[in-house]
Write a protein that binds this ligand. Structure first.
Ligand SMILES: Cc1cc2nc3c(=O)[nH]c(=O)nc-3n(C[C@H](O)[C@H](O)[C@H](O)COP(=O)(O)OP(=O)(O)OC[C@H]3O[C@@H](n4cnc5c(N)ncnc54)[C@H](O)[C@@H]3O)c2cc1C
Length: 396
């Protein structure tokens, strides 16, 4: 699939994924239109995120801990995605003059019981065998690294290459880069309601502008980067199975804890920021597109964090929020061309790892459009795996 430079590419959705895809397509010489229904770019999942770039923690704890081809493919993709970060942060800071806090102190996954500590020791050995930096530390060593850890800390898994980025600052810089890029035309307050096709090719999209006016944009390349709302675009030839997964988070005054690493525990993580806040996250809720915050969930997060870092249970809560992750039925993102409609490309379904994976996704989409070598094998993430019948679009 190679697109000529005079042909317009249209990106649906201006979250971090859409912004970076637009920027990468423009860098490949395409004229780009980026369409966002909100008045500002990046105000949904991407700014709600904790900003952890932590495939190894996920591999020790979450989906990626499964031993399956699916989990292996995802881990390899996430590890490759992590490598794009220092370059992305540098180039965005240089281009925009904005600061982006990018912390390289690493992640410490901790255990307060011996069974979990043993599991972390096993994970450390597995990571080392796979040539990844990882070290098991005992309780005393863990507390030397992070003195605020609970005295009953039994051990920790130190992951020096699992970094973190301030996602709000990152999205702000990505948005600024898009706004300042003369090769990108930005349409805000504008919702794509459906795609248009003819003879097996995409020809454009139908839009609804603020105030309800209906319009149309032509394009021979349309990239669906609408996050959790991707399923709502009418006319897609397949059911994507993208579904909203709510996450609530709370920021507390973390100065007394003085954390320097991201600290992971069972079902909770604590992410220190340079301004003294610690972000504690996150719930995983199937609650549609609701973004309300509830006291019980926030109190639960703070209590879970305090199990590992007691000072976080005794400090002020500063703010709390919720965001909607784009989940998929197999927990893999959907990236690549639609096999049935030429010119239709997906960049969605990044679930818990969309910050981590946004830059490599953008590079992959631009490589597809430009016919250059892909930075990664996209086969496991191909929309071709989604064969279910199309459901009616939902509201959200
Ligand atoms: C609480 C929480 C914590 C998280 N922590 C992390 C983390 O630590 N690390 C990590 O890697 N990931 C994390 N994630 C996941 C990450 O935030 C998401 O995977 C990522 O932000 C998805 O980016 P996106 O651009 O696809 O979606 P979004 O940021 O949601 O952007 C989609 C955009 O599309 C727009 N849109 C939707 N439909 C239309 C339409 N029809 N027309 C025009 N515009 C449309 C929306 O308004 C929105 O701006 C977290 C998520 C949550 C909620």
């Amino acid at each position: 699939m190679v697109y000529r430079s005079d042909i317009e590419a249209l990106v649906v959705g201006g979250g971090l994924v859409g912004c970076l895809v637009a920027r990468a397509l423009a860098a490949h010489g395409l004229g780009v239109v980026l369409i966002e229904r909100d008045p500002e770019l990046g105000q949904r999942a991407s700014t709600a995120a904790a900003g952890m770039l932590s495939p190894q923690m996920e591999a020790a704890e979450g989906l990626l801990a499964e031993s399956s081809t699916r989990a292996e493919a995802m881990l390899a993709f996430c590890l490759a995605g992590r490598d794009w970060y220092p370059g992305l942060v540098d180039s965005l800071m240089r281009e925009t003059g904005l600061e982006i806090e990018y912390r390289t102190r690493g992640t410490l996954v901790v255990a307060t019981d011996s069974i979990r500590a043993e599991a972390l020791a096993t994970a450390a050995a597995a990571h080392a065998a796979a040539d990844l930096s990882a070290e098991f530390v005992d309780g005393e060593q863990a507390r030397r690294l992070e003195p605020a850890l609970a005295s009953r800390t039994e051990g920790g898994l130190l992951l020096p290459d699992d970094h973190q980025v301030d996602s709000v600052a990152l999205v702000g810089a990505a948005a600024r880069a898009v706004v300042d890029d003369p090769r990108i035309r930005l349409e805000l307050n504008c919702q794509v309601v459906g795609i248009e096709t003819a003879a097996g090719r995409v020809t454009g999209v139908r839009l609804e502008r603020a105030g309800g006016a209906v319009d149309h944009e032509s394009a021979s390349l349309v990239v669906i980067a609408a996050g959790a709302w991707s399923e709502n675009v009418a006319g897609l030839p397949r059911r994507l199975g993208v579904e909203p997964v709510k996450g609530q988070m709370v920021a507390v005054d973390g100065r007394a804890a003085g954390l320097t690493h991201t600290v992971g525990g069972a079902g909770v993580y604590c992410v220190p920021r340079g301004d003294g806040r610690v972000l504690i996250g996150a719930t995983v809720e199937r609650a549609g597109f609701d973004v309300s915050v509830d006291e019980a969930a926030i109190a639960g997060l703070v209590a879970a964090a305090a199990e590992y870092v007691p000072a976080l249970g005794r400090t002020d809560r500063l703010s709390a929020w919720a965001g909607i992750r784009p989940g998929t039925s197999d927990e893999l993102p959907i990236i690549g061309p639609d096999p049935d409609v030429e010119g239709l490309v997906y960049a969605t379904g990044h679930y818990r790892n969309g910050i981590l994976l946004a830059p490599i996704t953008a590079a992959a989409v631009a490589a597809l459009a430009g016919g250059s070598a892909l930075p990664v094998d996209l086969t496991p993430f191909s929309p071709a795996r989604l064969r279910g019948p199309r459901k009616d679009p939902r509201n959200g």
